[in-house]
Design a protein around this ligand. Structure first.
Ligand SMILES: [Zn+2]
Length: 535
């Protein structure tokens, strides 16, 4: 998510989610912090979405009703947003004012004139944005590559970029995702060859996994399937739905006669069928993971099956993905993945293309966007190598305000931002304190210690009853818990001799006594929950 503001009027570019990192225990998604807009109400005038990937549209269901401004996106992107809104987990679908835009349009919003232009990416109908502002022209690449022979025929519109370059570009914001990768991203076409080879050699069923939104890849797979006289079977809700939407809108061309619904696939012989499903990232509920775990309702992996994982592993997912590949091998499948065969190309520009973009657009200022900080830094350095002065290269992090005009760029204040966690149906209720507790619980477990005292005298009348989860196995450690209970009784007794004990003092006494005792006996510090009842 990014905001462009001029004279108290702003447009937003993209509104996506981040997937939780390993230390965000139990968190489903992370959405952007919109506190800046809350403290500057009425500033936002519209939202432009560059393409339909989760990290560009995923936060809309959570934020759009509060933001309450028109959304502008291309046809397929609008359809994917609509699908997301309809399937939002919380109550009824949020309302949104969706406006379809094309590469021929100029959209006037406040002081901005926005011109979408075609880019080639791993989802169809993606755009970059030419944004005319009173201070000059901004080019936002969206996410792109320069694929000279894209499978769908959609190329990044270099003529438009050349035209902008001729007009003079104040600021280029460019996709940094592949700033660590040398060379040029291979064309999507190059996968077709591997795919055909796989089908030439496959004797039994073929199961192809990719992202549901990677419609061009699905087209490429379907073409190979049909060319080898097999039927296409879509597996899994998102794959079925995304391919349906893309076919309805004309972005995926598979005649009906080549498609068989999953529940009828059994009747087709193994050598006449191929499945397209999700699960390349080891997502727990995805079709491919269910198959690997041997608990998919319709597809039981057996020897003779060929499974193709047509995606790269998103960093952080390596373990789950590899475990699933192990499982598929164990069940007898022949698994083909990126390290073994050329079955995937990235949707992002590698370094040579990033250079080409800078050389083509010739911006005065350069801001690397999309990617981890190291990628932004590397992309910034690349721009410097390309002759952009270091003082004109803007590498920033979340919340940093940058002020740019024709003559200068300066850093404004950093607006405090934080991750907003989505956990189940709660938005932002889980913060860092809860995460710290979860982390502690996951490392050391907990021990609860319940006692009852007489309200009038403060005398212990029941307990202590000690139970634990995730700390020690109680049945084999009863003696330790008995000793712990004795210690609690003793420390309460000692304290009580001096004064009448309030429940605060009792809680504290229990916590300290048990914490010290368990640390001494086990070297660990479980979370301690004292429960004090006054009767
Ligand atoms: Zn993308």
């Amino acid at each position: 998510m990014m905001l462009l503001e001029y004279d108290h009027q702003a447009i937003m570019v993209d509104c996506g989610i981040m997937f939780p990192t390993g230390d965000m225990l139990g968190i489903d998604l992370v959405i952007p912090d919109i506190n800046y807009l809350r403290s500057n109400p009425d500033v936002l005038k519209g939202i432009f979405i560059t393409h339909g990937h989760e990290d560009h549209i995923g936060a809309l269901p959570y934020l759009i009703e509060e933001l309450n401004v028109p959304i502008y996106a291309t046809k397929l992107t609008c359809a994917f947003i609509e699908y997301k809104l309809q399937n939002a987990r919380r109550g009824k679908a949020p309302k949104a004012d969706l406006n379809i835009i094309t590469e021929k349009d100029t959209i006037n919003v406040g002081p901005f004139q926005v011109e979408p232009f075609a880019v080639s990416h791993s989802i169809p109908n993606a755009v970059g944005l030419g944004i005319h502002t009173p201070q000059g022209l901004i080019v936002h690449t969206g996410e792109f590559k320069f694929d000279p022979s894209p499978y769908s025929g959609r190329k990044t519109d270099k003529e438009r970029l050349q035209r902008y370059s001729d007009m003079g570009v104040l600021l280029l914001m460019s996709d940094s995702t592949n700033a660590e990768h040398e060379g040029i991203t291979p064309s999507e076409q190059t996968i077709a060859e591997s795919m055909n080879e796989i089908f030439d050699n496959a004797k039994g069923r073929v199961i192809l996994a990719t992202f549901a939104s990677n419609i061009d890849r699905v087209q490429l797979m379907a073409d190979a399937i049909i060319a080898h006289d097999r039927k296409v079977v879509f597996v899994g809700r998102s794959m079925v739905e995304f391919s349906r939407i893309a076919r309805e809108l004309g972005y995926l061309n598979i005649p009906n006669k080549h498609i068989v619904p999953l529940d009828q696939a059994e009747r087709t012989s193994d050598s006449k069928v191929a499945f397209i499903c999700t699960g390349t990232q080891g997502e727990p509920n995805s079709a491919l993971v269910r198959m690997g775990n041997d608990d998919h309702r319709q597809i039981e992996i057996k020897s003779g099956d060929t499974v193709v994982v047509s995606a790269s592993i998103i960093p952080g997912n390596e373990e789950v993905v590899n475990t699933n590949i192990d499982n598929l091998f164990r069940l007898g499948a022949d698994v083909i993945y990126q390290q073994l065969k050329h079955v995937h190309v990235s949707g992002h520009a590698n370094r040579e293309t990033l250079k080409e973009m800078i050389a083509l657009v010739k911006p005065k200022y350069f801001m690397p966007i999309q990617g981890e900080y190291r990628m932004l830094s590397l992309h910034g350095r690349l721009a410097e190598e390309m002759g952009i002065p270091a003082s004109n290269i803007i590498v920033i992090e979340n919340g940093q305000i940058v002020e740019i005009n024709r003559d200068e760029v300066s850093f404004g204040k950093k607006f405090p931002t934080d991750y907003v966690f989505i956990d189940g149906s709660s938005v932002g209720d889980v913060g860092n304190v809860v995460l710290r507790d979860r982390h502690n619980l996951s490392q050391n477990g907990f021990v609860s210690c319940a006692i009852a005292i007489k309200e009038s005298s403060g005398k212990l009348v029941e307990g202590p009853e000690i139970i634990s989860r995730g700390f020690i196995y109680i049945r084999e450690n009863e003696f330790m818990l008995d000793e712990a209970a004795d210690l609690v009784v003793q420390s309460i007794g000692r304290k009580r001799r001096k004064r009448k004990l309030t429940s605060d003092v009792l809680n504290d006494t229990i916590r300290r006594t048990l914490s010290d005792f368990f640390y001494k006996t086990t070297g660990r510090r479980p979370m301690i929950f004292p429960v004090v009842l006054e009767v």
